[in-house]
Design a protein. Structure first.
Length: 482
């Protein structure tokens, strides 16, 4: 949705934009007068940043769209410009977009926030605020850093999506962006494996990434994502979306290109050498087949899934291919990595017996190493998004968080079953299956809360909670935000 602006707000926009231009000009002049080449080179980014700020101020819709795009590439970009805190720019981007939206709210647009999932998200946000005073933690900086991905981004993304993504055209735009970035990411991962890494990617490996990304002499592609695990999960998610669209009620030419996107992304998943993402496709397909209740497709689909499962589980065919071998180990209950994770979870279960509210947000994994270097949790990795939520927020927090997921799971089914628009319904079926698939993958890796899947999940969950909006005929859209 592209909101209109009133004459009053337009005058305000013009004043702010003019002020930004003046401040930018003065800043560029001062910086360039210093004569430092390194500092002066940063001036090249100022016009683009100021232009983006002005665009968001004039229309928050563009801020949300940029957030989707930015979530895909900012981590990879940081390998080339490590001195710039590109991750913290997400906070500024969301805050500015949220403020721009708030100042434009009217009675009509604010009514879109009357949504159960928004209420559940608010409850989770309040619980996360309560965790700031958890006596087990005590470091407010750790809480502030870690709470960003766990709750701050969600409590802004959900209302932004509710208010700004109100028509089917917005749903279509979301799909286009995700599919395009998925294909680009897959091609970049293929390039890393078959052509080679550039100096900046090599530098990242040498700085510590090699430990988990070069196994038995085999490189695991990470594309422009944070790591191979996030890359593989994202590729599996986009591949699933493309596959469901290829099965949809479209012309043969359109289904062909969706299928091409599926093949490209599924191959990208393979280059990651990550095992968990295979469950994204499996779980997603099972949910899709159950949701459509079409036995002509259901029975062959289930048989196909069982055949693939049996091939991976009970044969050794293709083990000379590293990617197939890695995926196959995900189904081995005696896999060494799985046994270590189960052992760690047993230790954590004992640790949390007397801590119903957890150890506090920011007390695990990399944040523990940084802020709590002598704590017990430093040497016990969580290895899972839900284990992380459990350890940091306790059984109480995990229950609150799970309630939000359950809300979407239940209302997603109800909303989708009542949809009439075939294109919108197919897209919602894809989002629903992809959502369940990422939940399953998050039991083994913390992919749910990392970019870009964090942004995609919060937006998908919000759209599933109001799927009936996108069932409206395109020629009769909901009222626009004014």
């Amino acid at each position: 949705m592209r909101p209109n602006t009133s004459s009053v707000s337009q005058r305000t926009n013009n004043f702010i934009i003019a002020l930004l231009i003046v401040v930018t000009g003065i800043t560029m002049g001062v910086v360039l007068s210093i004569g430092d080449l390194g500092i002066g080179s940063l001036v090249a980014f100022l016009p683009a940043i100021v232009g983006l700020i002005a665009l968001i101020i004039s229309n928050p819709y563009y801020g949300l769209i940029f957030y989707v795009n930015y979530s895909f590439f900012f981590i990879g970009l940081n390998r080339y410009v490590p001195a710039i805190p590109l991750g913290l720019m997400v906070d500024g981007l969301l805050a500015l977009t949220t403020l721009s939206m708030v100042f434009r709210l009217t009675k009509d647009s604010a009514s879109r926030l009357q949504n159960g999932f928004f209420a559940v998200t608010g409850l989770w946000f309040l619980y996360s605020l309560f965790e700031a005073i958890n006596p087990e933690a005590g470091n407010l900086s750790a809480w502030a850093y870690a709470a960003r991905g766990i709750t701050f981004y969600a409590v802004q993304t959900v209302p932004l999506t509710l208010v700004l993504f109100a028509t089917k055209r917005d749903l279509d735009q979301f799909f286009r962006l995700v599919l395009i970035w998925g294909v680009v990411g897959a091609i970049w991962g293929w390039k890393q494996i078959n052509i080679g890494l550039d100096p900046f990617e090599n530098g990242w490996l040498e700085a510590g990434g090699k430990v988990t990304h070069v196994l038995d002499g085999q490189l695991r592609a990470f594309s422009f994502f944070s790591d191979a695990g996030q890359f593989g999960a994202t590729m599996a998610y986009v591949a699933f979306l493309a596959l469901i669209m290829a099965l949809g009620p479209y012309k043969a030419s359109k289904r062909f290109w969706y299928f091409v996107a599926f093949i490209v992304c599924i191959l990208g998943m393979g280059t990651s050498g990550s095992r968990g993402p295979i469950f994204v496709v499996f779980i997603g397909l099972v949910s899709y087949l159950l949701m459509i209740r079409n036995f002509r497709i259901l029975i062959p689909g289930v048989i196909g899934i069982l055949v693939v499962f049996a091939f991976l589980k009970f044969t050794y065919i293709g083990n000379t291919n590293y990617q197939i071998f890695r995926v196959r180990t995900a189904l081995d209950p005696k896999d060494a990595s799985l046994l270590v994770r189960l052992s760690n979870q047993a230790k954590l279960r004992e640790y949390l017996q007397t801590r119903p509210f957890g150890a506090g947000i920011g007390t695990t994994d990399t944040w523990a190493t940084r802020f709590y270097p002598t704590s017990y949790l430093v040497n016990v990795p969580t290895d899972s998004w839900f284990v992380k939520i459990w350890v940091e927020n306790g059984i109480v927090g995990l229950s609150v968080y799970s309630f939000g997921l359950a809300f979407v799971i239940v209302f997603g089914v109800v909303n989708i079953r009542n949809m009439k628009n075939r294109d919108a319904k197919q897209k919602m079926l894809a989002l629903y299956g992809g959502f369940l698939g990422i939940i399953s993958a998050s039991f083994g890796n913390p992919v749910f809360g990392q970019a870009p899947l964090g942004a995609l999940m919060y937006m998908s969950m919000t759209m599933l909670s109001v799927a009936y909006r996108y069932d409206e005929p395109e020629e009769v859209p909901l009222k626009k935000l004014t």
